[in-house]
Design a protein around this ligand. Sequence first.
Ligand code: ZN
Length: 352
Amino acid sequence: MKRKKIKKFPIFCIVLIILCLGFGYFRFFKNNNNDKKIKQTTSNYSKKSLEKMDDLKIKDKVNTNLYSKTLDVAIFDEYFQSEYVNKYEKIDYVDIDNFIDFINILLDRSTSVDEISKIIENYTNCPNFNKYNFERYLSYKEKNSDLDYQDVVTRVNIKLDKEYYTDTEPVKDPDSLYVVVNKYNYLDANFIPKNLKPLFNNSGVTMVEEAANAYKELVEAAKNDGITLVATTAYRSYAFQSSLYNSYKNKDGEALADTYSARPGYSEHQTGLAADLNDPNYSPRRLSADDYKWLKDNADKFGFIIRFPEGKENITGYQEEDWHIRYLGKDVAKKVKDSGLTLDEYYDLYLK
Ligand SMILES: [Zn+2]
């Protein structure tokens, strides 16, 4: 009994395969086997599509017994490229804007037709996807294959694929609580925040009023927990930052100075929303491990984040500064903390 079954089985298979190939179903099945988003039908092309193929002189290259939605869309697209006709036919359709343009970019880079739809979907599903950055995403991903698609999109959007201090632009919302000033976004030399208030009596250390009030609450709460924190610098004018940066540059050279000090206009201190804390009972560092632990656990309750944390140097562009806090208001400060992202990334994803 068993033997007979084994002998019959291959014959049955061969007959089935011949049938499948004969009717062209094999290919149809393969095309329809993927994502739900993909729309393919067995019907042939419309009269209008066939006429368009005639116009484009590609009809003899197309298998018109089959139907490819991607090809059907491509022939009416301004970016249609006739040398890719047989590749379009093999690419699963995805219903998004600029689909054909993205396909061309990937085909130009010799990407396999089997991967193209999935790659495009992975990028376009990111909420902060920007079509103008598509080629930069691909190049950045090539160099940073360990990063997921979301991280690639965010990092390219915040220009980390470019050298620091290149492609810089002025910040559009200098008075916003959520303003991002970094190595690509600068404040005008004349910008001075409104409502600067001293952090303690008769002091030249000032912040924007809302941040100054929050600072006082933070310092008071820390004191109640046995932690002494004092801001040694907060708002800095463009001119002051300029003399500070230049003195560092003269001492350490530009490359090294850039890792710990901002160029004038590029310092968050000019927003009036940042402060550098110090524990007067501790040296040689600004903060003790206990101070920093308290700050990390509690700063968000008063609307602050640690702006340049350890492990994020390649994103913020600055070496760790456990003492530098940035005011964002309680709601956003907590969200940034919980996200585990830097302000630069969080802003691009959720605040822009
Ligand atoms: Zn600072």
